[in-house]
Each structure stands twice: as structure tokens, then as C-alpha cells.
Design a protein around this ligand. Structure first.
Ligand code: ASP
Ligand code: MG
Length: 437
């Protein structure tokens, strides 16, 4: 069985919901359909929560009314039969009554989680009713009955597998199973979620739990591109990535896939396909265990990087220096991304400068410290086994006019990372595309 996830814009209007329905029914195969909230809804629900927290019921009511109006318009357009419009209105009214009920009680993160969960509940209810109206044998499986995270906010796979299978076997003949992305229960049984953008993660977890044949992530872009289309003209979708390459790219903000999404799928070698609702025939991007040897796949950039260099003669032929340096970052819960070393110094990067001042003060005990803010990591990702020649030189050649602060290769065969100034980012991305693709 396949698992298909549709993002917020893919279910963002009545027409879009109908398109998704056509898409999932086309091949007649049984599948699990995971939906995000309609686009904009989660943001609105967070805005409502913000007003409640600030004890501003008027502000909350205003956003609630506007959101409710949007749903009522969607319902009018979506269903043909009055009885179905009626049913949908009741479901949605109940949800909005529930949201309004938070106006007169203490408001904490727990209440906020209950409110933000409503977006996915609404989109899946609307889809479920729409499929019923089309005469489809559809089963509605509530994520809150099987999706669960443990005390470390990690998916509780044993629980999920057991309970999801139970939900499915209660309706073994359904053609379509509709369920919510993003929402779950936590270790205490409370309503919780998998963080913003977490529907991709839901799909991957579900796919892993049922050992799906394939996980499809449907958005409105034709897969992962080989460079950033906002800055570089003529970028192309990448047809195939292996899990390692996808994981490298995820950190560099390849926006269409939530970074954590790949992990559960990878656990069971389940291919993940990124597809475009607006162009369903396009092949998109396939992420799997298949590698295309010696091929550079994509270039990506990560903004907001700070680099720190520690120079010390104490490092020369001494042991323990590195561990002392890294221990400082550990103490300040700051993760280090790129590292380069020489005999007398080490440079590294962080993307969270919250504790920078404290970190620098501590590092000064070891040597001279230089900080460069406003840097960018450029990553070149592909299958670049070290015993092959030529990859690094092509990258360096492309960047011949760009001042380079750090270069890192060898952490994996799948990534060459280069640190440059933010102001050089766009020309570096363009030069790399011109040279590599
Ligand atoms: N609706 C949630 C969000 O907007 C989850 C998702 O769309 O993936 O973050
Ligand atoms: Mg999303």
C-alpha cells in the first residue's frame, strides 16, 4: 500500500480538494491519504491562540470569524447534496465552538496544542465527506488514536504500528484511508504535534509503520531542484536522490521536505517520492537507496551562519584540545555544523548564535578567537566517492572569484561544504550551477 501526503496548498480550496480526490482515485488502488490543514489555517489557529494567551477575546473572535467564513464558503462550493453541506457544517461548527470555548479559561501551551490540532481535523473531515459523496469506500482513521510521541518527543513506533494496524484492520476493504498529518498524542496522552511542517514526518512514520511500498509527498513544486530557483535561473528538478544525499540537502533548507521526514522511511528502505499536484504526470524526485555513482545532484545554501576560529599554539601536537573546545559548545547546547582544522587552529560554524558571547568568552581561555557573522554554507551534494577524481576541483574552479572561508569534504561521500560571505551567496550559487550542471 502507498501513503500519499498532501500539503496545505494542495487542499487549500474546494477546487484543490476536488483535484486531490481525483488524483487519489485515479488508479483505483488502496492507499492511505495524509492531509495537512488547508493553507493558512495553522497560522490562523496560532494567531487565535496568541490572542487567547494575551486575554484578548475580541482579537481571537475576529480571526475565528474570518476563518469560519472561509470554511463555510469552501463547504458551499465543495458538496453537491444539501445533506452533505449540512453534515460538513455541523462538523465544522462543532470545531469552531470548541475553539471558542478556550476564551474563558487559563491559556497555556496545552490549550494552544488543542487549538492548532483543529486544522488537520477540519481538512480531513471535509475530504472524508467529499469522498463519501462521490460514493468512495473511505475509512476515516483519527491520528489521535494511533500517532504518539514518547517523552523525548520521538515517535513511539511500537505503539503507532500496533494502533494504526488496528485502525486499518477495522476497515480492511476501504479503498481510501484518510488521516491527519502533524497531530499526535504525547507520552501523557495529551494532544500534541510533530512541529510546524510535521505532516511530511507523519507520512513517513505511517509509511514506516505499515511498511508501505512508497511514500508520496505531494506539494505544488515539481520535486527538489538542483539549485535555489529564487536566485538561479533554469534550475532543474533532481530525478533521483539516495537517502544520504536527501539528508544532506534537508539541513540546507531544501524547503519542500521536512528535514526529519527521511528518517523513518529510511529505516525500512521505503522510497519517498516528491510530486506536484499541479503537474501530476511529472516524475518529481525519487528518494531511495538507489545511488547514481559519480554524479553531482544539487547545490544548496544555508543562511545565518556564524563562523568561529580558535588559534592556539597549545594545539600543536597536543591531545585533548579539540574535546575541550567542543565541550564549550555542548555546555551551551549549541550545535556545531562545519569543522575544519589545521595544526594550530580550528574553525567551526554554528547556526544558532544565542549563546555566542558566552561561548567566545570561554574559548578565549584556549587561544585567539575570531568571529565572522553573516556567513553562508554552500553545499554541493551528490555521490562523490573520495577515490574518484575531479569533483573538488570543479567546485573550487567554479568559485575561483569568490573568497572562501572554509572548505569541508570527507565527513561523507555525499557533500562538499564551503563557507562564504552572505554577500557572495548568489553569485556563488550561479557559478556552481553554470559549472556543475
Ligand atoms: N499544518 C501544519 C503546519 O502548517 C503541518 C503541516 O502542514 O505540515 O505546520
Ligand atoms: Mg508542509
Amino acid at each position: 500500500m502507498k501513503v500519499l501526503k498532501f500539503g496545505g496548498t494542495s487542499v487549500g480550496s474546494a477546487q484543490r480538494i476536488k483535484n486531490v480526490a481525483n488524483l487519489i482515485l485515479a488508479d483505483g488502488q488502496q492507499k492511505i491519504v495524509v492531509l495537512s490543514a488547508m493553507s493558512g489555517t495553522t497560522n490562523s489557529l496560532l494567531e487565535i491562540s496568541g490572542y487567547f494567551r494575551q486575554q484578548n477575546p475580541v482579537g481571537a473572535a475576529d480571526v475565528i470569524n474570518r476563518l469560519e467564513h472561509k470554511y463555510s464558503e469552501t463547504i458551499d462550493e465543495l458538496y453537491v447534496q444539501d445533506s452533505n453541506k449540512q453534515k460538513a457544517r455541523e462538523v465544522i461548527r462543532e470545531i469552531f465552538d470548541y475553539v471558542r470555548s478556550f476564551g474563558n479559561r487559563a491559556f497555556t501551551i496545552f490549550e494552544e496544542r488543542c487549538i492548532v490540532a483543529q486544522g488537520e481535523l477540519m481538512s480531513t473531515n471535509l475530504m472524508n465527506l467529499y469522498l463519501l459523496e462521490q460514493g468512495v469506500n473511505v475509512a476515516f482513521i483519527p491520528a489521535l488514536e494511533y500517532m504518539r510521541i514518547d517523552k523525548n518527543a520521538e515517535p513511539d513506533f511500537k505503539y503507532i504500528e500496533q494502533n494504526l494496524k488496528q485502525q486499518i484492520s477495522a476497515n480492511p476493504d476501504a479503498q481510501i484511508y484518510v488521516t491527519q498529518g502533524f497531530i499526535c498524542r504525547n507520552a501523557y496522552g495529551e494532544i500534541d504535534n510533530l512541529q510546524r511542517g510535521g505532516s511530511d514526518y507523519s507520512a513517513s512514520i505511517i509509511g514506516a509503520a505499515i511498511r508501505a511500498d512508497e511514500i508520496q509527498i505531494w506539494t505544488d513544486i515539481d520535486g527538489m531542484h538542483n539549485n535555489d530557483p529564487r536566485f538561479v535561473e533554469g534550475t532543474q528538478p533532481v530525478r533521483n536522490l539516495n537517502f544520504d544525499e536527501a539528508a544532506e540537502l534537508a539541513y540546507f533548507g531544501a524547503k519542500i521536505l521536512h528535514p526529519t521526514c527521511v528518517t523513518p522511511a529510511r529505516m525500512y528502505n521505503i522510497p519517498v517520492r516528491l510530486l506536484n499536484t499541479l503537474q501530476p504526470e511529472a516524475p518529481g524526485t525519487m528518494i531511495s537507496t538507489v545511488s547514481e555513482q559519480d554524479k553531482i545532484k544539487a547545490v544548496a545554501a544555508k543562511d545565518g551562519i556564524t563562523s568561529i576560529r580558535i588559534k592556539s599554539s597549545r594545539m600543536l601536537m597536543a591531545y585533548g584540545f579539540m574535546s575541550q573546545v567542543f565541550e564549550v559548545f555542548e555546555r551551551y547546547k549549541t550545535s556545531v555544523d562545519l569543522v575544519t582544522t589545521s595544526e594550530v587552529g580550528v574553525s567551526l560554524t554554528i547556526d544558532n548564535p544565542k549563546h555566542l558571547d558566552d561561548i567566545v568568552t570561554e574559548l578565549k581561555k584556549f587561544g585567539t578567537v575570531v568571529v565572522d557573522p553573516d556567513m553562508v554554507i554552500i553545499a554541493v551534494v551528490g555521490d562523490m566517492a573520495w577515490d574518484n577524481v575531479g569533483f573538488e576541483s570543479r567546485v573550487i574552479e567554479a568559485l575561483e572569484d569568490v573568497p572562501v572561508r572554509m572548505i569541508s569534504y570527507g565527513g561523507s561521500n555525499y557533500n562538499i561544504s564551503i563557507l562564504i560571505k552572505a554577500e557572495d551567496k548568489i553569485r556563488a550559487l550561479r557559478a556552481l550551477s553554470a559549472k556543475l550542471f
